[in-house]
Design a protein around this ligand. Sequence first.
Ligand SMILES: [Zn+2]
Length: 355
Amino acid sequence: MASTYDDRVPSNGTPLYCAQPPQPERVLRPDLSPERARAILVGQSKWVNGTVIRYCFFDELGGGQSRDQLDEVRSAFQDWKNIGIGLEFREVADPSESEVRIGFRQGDGSWSYVGVNVLEHSTRERTMNFGWDLTSPHGRATARHEIGHAIGFAHEHQNPFAGIVWDEEKVYADLGGPPNNWPRTTTFHNVLRKLSPNEVEGSDWDPDSIMEYGFSAGLIVQPEEFRGGIDSPRNLSAKDKHFVQKWYPPIAAKPARLQPFQSMALSLDPGKQADFEIIPPETRKYELGTFGNSDAVMVLFEDVDGELRYLAGEDDSGVDMNGRVTVKLFKGRRYVLRTRLYSTWGSGNVALMYW
Ligand SMILES: [Zn+2]
């Protein structure tokens, strides 16, 4: 799809690029079927839909940022939300209450951990940084790009279906010079390294994606049309919108009620989610679990003053055992259980119960 010039930040020399920190790669059991492995890898960083992602401005504690930088981040969250998605974003002041912690350390580049991987990091650490002004067109695109990472999306120029052939030494030289001054390892990790086909959405390349970088002339050898360079995307593309809605469609405000010992069949396509409301009849420890041959993630939230707060979760993907959560629930309180299915095999029949 051709992009209009207005959707691009013209390449005026090499722009400052997002530099993702390396993250541990998930190694799956080798005997998993290709379909099962793909379903797990493409879904592993995504949040369960309906999650309220709380973010805080980390460096506000230490001295503060100018208001226009913070407003640009707020507006970038709103742009993703305005697509019409089930995720919620809420700004909080206390880092210990947040999943996403945003710094503005100049000189540390711009980056974010990907999706639920932010949960692996202490609430005393940043999970995202902005290393340059966010009010320019490139800065505005950067804010939207890093939030794309935070909700589970990877770099589009590393999509193996792009068929990009690089002039590798030129790429190392270009990114090794100003303004990025990257060591070769950073360039390899963020540009030249191809993602596994199992990790990426769909089966083609979206050069208009906000998760794509612009490049100077001479770095891309193939496809030929990009030899003259590619300008940086400025806005969320049509495919960005499609994929974020696929993972996070709008959700029903009132999920079906689940009773203790009542088995609920889950007839879900891979990647889809079912939500249930639980109001326990007595206070005690309960177990929640799935049955059948499935890879699934279950996350239980408690309704605290109208906002659903994470209580417990279990991801049983990649193993042949079903996930179980043991948790004390309180009589009369309201909980919501969200279950996203990665894949099924065997009979394909999957059920959910709490008891
Ligand atoms: Zn990035």
